[in-house]
Design a protein around this ligand. Sequence first.
Ligand SMILES: [Zn+2]
Length: 138
Amino acid sequence: MNKNALLAIGISIIIDIVMSMLVGLATYLMRESFWVGFLIAFVVIFVLGNLWNVYLIAKDNLRVKEIEAANNLAKAQQEIQITCAACKRTNAIPITLEKENHFNCVFCQQENVVMMSFSTAITTTPLTAKIDVPPTIL
Ligand SMILES: [Zn+2]
């Protein structure tokens, strides 16, 4: 546990004690026991504080997941230079392989769909790595 977490816990406990003392003082002024009011208030404030912490942690986790999803989407996109099918001028657009990609041309406003095609090639060894010829005798 780091120093900031210990400080936060200490401050929470001090606030809990001060508020419980105020409730205990109020019960004392109503001619009841200070300690009964103090203990009831201490437990209630402690439980409510824990519930609040659970809510904040769940909220933070949800926000982290949203940020991760946005980052993953940004990583999946590649920007390409592609010509508009209508005016033949070049647009820079982000595309992703996971869905059909559409864009409106920045010059003529025509909506375009990106058609993707793939091809293959045989990987080869560079010629410099193949030179293993025995020396010729002249
Ligand atoms: Zn265009």
